[in-house]
Design a protein around this ligand. Structure first.
Ligand code: BG6
Length: 485
């Protein structure tokens, strides 16, 4: 019996995510001997053959198809569906039953919703109604973000899908949790006593988490203009990285214990108030500017299908406090945005300064120790230290110890890891409902304050690291953002 067998029913099969990430990820999983067939579902009027050619194109553009790609695409079937047409689900069920027998898929079913979020609930209910979820093996729902638009709508959505799936069957995907170096955070922390021993407010001055992008809104205006960076990145990826960086060691390395510890961090984040939102959160929007490669790019409001007066945040920086024994007094600074100087995700742990007097009075170059976790584009770890200047004179020089993972993450491997986890029934690196709820609770307050109060939208030129206010946010505390490396 091959326990890695499943039918994958993929809603949104003609979409961008499927093409760029999911098909290359599935191809790798196929090479690793997972046995699956895929039913691609979307509105377009394709047949199996056209769909297969599209999947093949995706491999050509984003992967490296070899001879086995021919057999791989034969596992792809297409089912055109208007997701609101409840009757049409019967045919989907027939096809799924047929493929289950044909490929010996053990009655297992993965439903992958890569759809506009308003369809998450209706599709789930329709699947049940058509009997698709009373299969003989396991059933699992993989659901893309955004999971709701605020706490209230997220809770509603959650209730709807709970009518069909148990919490343990729901895999809310946050692809940052599939990234190699995000998964490495726990190992770096807990497998190295030299770090874990000083991972607290006695030794750490502040923590900075940046996820910057060079791309603009691109063709996603209709999604992005009513989402913005706060909901698109902070609510999920950024808070997840905060949780992993700040969590206590779990009592056992098992799914629910790890998630419990992440939840405790989210629960300890000091709630913002009317007066603290303005001082702790910066919202920005890019204007026309020149990117480092020389390209002059449009401002956000000039982009296609963006409202001229749009107040959407394309950049957010925030200061968080985690009110527990480990972190009291240590600010966590997070920032993310589009059209910034570089595509980069980094976690910088800045340690407290060594006492300068009386020992190091004339060491002008003394720098704080930094541990940097490089999430992307390079994967690695670096540690910045001070050493004696290599000369007869006195003084110090900063040195860096570097570890670089030569693996080049093409972006689909995060999805590959997560889909493999789902096939294995391991939901550790997916977000549990209480994590989602607490993240919304934090984000809702900011969104509310932005809407209700006169909090400015700070403009920044494309190609920069955000508005001046994002730098002032740290300067007020006597800190500064460490340049990306
Ligand atoms: C997605 C956001 O979740 O993450 C996008 O919707 C963003 O707006 C993307 O571009 C960034 O992911 P990555 O893996 O390229 O850092």
């Amino acid at each position: 019996v091959n326990s890695n067998a499943t039918t994958i029913i993929l809603f949104g099969a003609t979409g961008d995510l499927a093409r760029r990430k999911l098909y290359p990820a599935l191809y790798s999983l196929y090479k690793k001997k997972n046995n699956f067939a895929v039913i691609g579902v979307a509105r377009r009027d394709y047949d199996h053959e056209v769909f297969r050619q599209n999947v093949y194109e995706s491999l050509k553009n984003h992967s490296n198809p070899e001879n086995d790609a021919e057999d791989f695409i034969k596992r792809f079937y297409y089912y055109p569906l208007d997701v609101k047409d409840t009757k049409a689900y019967d045919g989907l069920k027939e096809l799924a039953d047929q493929l289950n027998d044909q490929f010996d898929l053990q009655g297992n079913r993965m439903f992958y919703l890569s759809l506009a979020p308003e369809f998450f609930a209706p599709v789930t209910l329709n699947l049940k109604q058509a009997g698709l979820t009373t299969n003989t093996g396991w059933k699992r729902l993989v659901i893309e973000k955004p999971f709701g638009r605020d706490l209230e709508s997220a809770a509603e959505l959650n209730n709807s899908i709970h009518e069909v799936f148990e919490e343990s069957e729901i895999y809310r995907i946050d692809h940052y949790l599939g990234k190699e170096m995000v998964q490495n955070i726990q190992v770096i922390r807990f497998a190295n006593p030299i770090f874990e021993g000083i991972w607290n407010n006695r030794y750490i001055s502040n923590i900075q988490i940046t996820s910057s992008e060079t791309l603009g809104v691109g063709e996603r205006a209709s999604y992005y203009d009513h989402t913005g960076a706060l909901m698109d990145m902070i609510q999920n990826h950024m808070l997840q990285m905060v949780a992993l960086t700040a969590m206590e060691p779990p009592s056992r390395f098992v799914t629910e214990d790890i998630r419990d510890e992440k939840v405790k961090v989210l629960r300890s984040i000091r709630p913002l108030t009317d007066s603290t939102v303005a001082n702790s959160v910066v919202r920005g929007q890019y204007t026309r500017g020149t990117m480092p490669n020389g390209d002059v790019v449009k401002g956000y409001r000039e982009e296609e299908n963006i409202k001229e007066q749009s107040m959407t945040d394309t950049f957010v920086a925030a200061k968080l406090h985690i009110d527990n024994f480990r972190w009291a007094g240590v600010p966590f600074y997070i920032r993310t945005g589009k059209r910034m100087t570089a595509k980069s995700t980094e976690i910088v742990v800045q340690f407290k300064d060594a006492p300068k007097r009386p020992y190091f009075n004339n060491f002008n170059d003394l720098q704080p120790n930094l541990l940097v976790i490089h999430v992307q584009p390079d994967e690695g770890l670096s540690l910045k230290l001070n050493a004696k200047k290599f000369s007869t004179g006195g003084g110090s020089i900063p040195i860096t110890m570097n570890f670089s993972n030569s693996n080049n993450d093409d972006g689909s491997s995060a999805y590959e890891r997560l889909i493999q986890d789902c096939i294995h029934g391991d939901s550790t690196n997916f977000t549990r409902w209480d994590e989602v709820a607490l993240s919304w609770q934090f984000v809702d307050y900011i969104a509310e304050a932005w809407k209700e109060r006169n909090i400015p939208l700070d403009r920044y030129e494309a190609g920069t690291m955000g508005p001046a206010s994002a730098h002032e946010l740290l300067a007020k505390d006597g800190h500064h953002w460490w340049p990306l490396t």
